[in-house]
Design a protein around this ligand. Sequence first.
Ligand code: FAD
Length: 473
Amino acid sequence: MTQIDQNSERTVTVIGGGVAGMSAACALAEAGLRVHLVERRGYLGGRASSYLHPGVNEVIDNCQHVLFGCCTNLIAFYQRIGVLDQIHWTSDMTMIEPGGQRSVLGPSVLPAPLHGLPKMMTAHAFTFADKLSLARAFNALFRPVQADSTETLSEWLMRHKQTSGAVERFWRLVIASALNADLDAIAVPYAAKVVRELFMNSAEAGRMGMSTVPLSQLYSGAEAFLKSKAAELHLNSNIESAAWDEETSMWTVATRSGPLLTDYLIVALPFEATAKLIPNLPPVVSADALTAQIEHHEHWPISSVHLWFDREITDLPHAVLLDREIHWMYNKGRLQPWRNVKGNYLELVQSASRAFAALPREQAIEQAVNELAEFFPAVRSAKLEKAALVKEVRATFGVPPGIDRFRPDAQSSPWPNLFLAGDWTATGWPSTMESAARSGHLAAEALCAAINAPRKFLALDLKPQGLMRFFKA
Ligand SMILES: Cc1cc2nc3c(=O)[nH]c(=O)nc-3n(C[C@H](O)[C@H](O)[C@H](O)COP(=O)(O)OP(=O)(O)OC[C@H]3O[C@@H](n4cnc5c(N)ncnc54)[C@H](O)[C@@H]3O)c2cc1C
């Protein structure tokens, strides 16, 4: 990549060391700007991070994070920082019913969108009526969904006569859980996007990736990359305000190591942290409009239960668990063999479950273990050596109908030389690492355009394959 005006000494300070801030900082550092990345915590990663849990004395992720082949900006970011080879990819999804009956969904040699059909047809998890109703819904999704549709996913499912099996075991468990919200709080275009990307466009788009190292270790690649580009990291620096000097056209932010003067700011914070910062930025009339936009956003929780058993419970690397509160099982010992786990280290994830997130620790762990035993009888004879419960109450933002009007884009900040990023900004993606990486790349592009050095950081979407090439999204 050609460097931007290397001697210009133009500086950009990125506030927030999550995926959004890291991807913006790395793109701009590579382009030749002088970059400062300021993060409140002592490590990078934000909502996708890991830490030494004192209760179990293990480094655990705050929650299993998965990506998919369609996450082109996240993959581009991983490529840039040299960690893509630490992602384990898989194309099969094992669904297990209480009692242990298994069904495997995944691609075949048929062209998209038929690639998933053979395994779907033989899946025990769905009755013939469920399969017909899913086929009806997928058929409807060949047509573009109106971006401004006010219909909720639950209304749409009713209109397309989905059976209760299809609703519970596919729409609620797979799609609503990927969007981390209830069916009646999801806008149809977001659900359609997930279905098309994961199940229709191509086998490559739908494959799932999981890190083979703890998330903070994965993202330490960004730290090394930034240092190699002479960028500066300011950890443990909580930014509470920023001042704009009209005469010099410079921003000043107070970091832990002293005031930082910078030409440009990228605010890459979650929506509530952005709202907190706004009153402490220079007063401008349209700041109220931004605050009003933020007020429309709402959080959804995700909980995860980490269990260490003295013996093997399952050799499956991961599975979708049907009809219970625990939704996803990740066999962390298998996915991360360097852990040298003697028995099994399993992580169970509960998406969009406010009821589960409200349970006290002991009760949540007991419920998770009891439910797990319904899928894997070996649990009953195994000894649970240790357990941890992680509740992320503010895990993701919701995507109800109409939410796009309240997702500002990178350039729509009311302050000079200040750009917005973060998964909640206008990326068209739900609350994911891909949305965060996209927002970082979009903010970096907006900044380069502002200094008359336009360049592209946004990675192209994967092209639909097979017959899907003939259907417009
Ligand atoms: C439990 C859980 C499970 C998830 N599962 C998945 C998944 O499987 N797949 C997926 O793609 N996504 C998943 N997500 C969502 C994903 O983690 C987020 O969408 C993404 O990480 C958001 O990145 P971000 O940079 O926009 O925000 P954040 O990660 O929130 O980063 C913002 C950063 O700003 C810092 N900060 C805040 N205030 C200040 C301040 N005043 N000064 C300086 N720094 C500040 C924070 O410490 C943080 O590091 C999950 C999230 C959670 C919590």
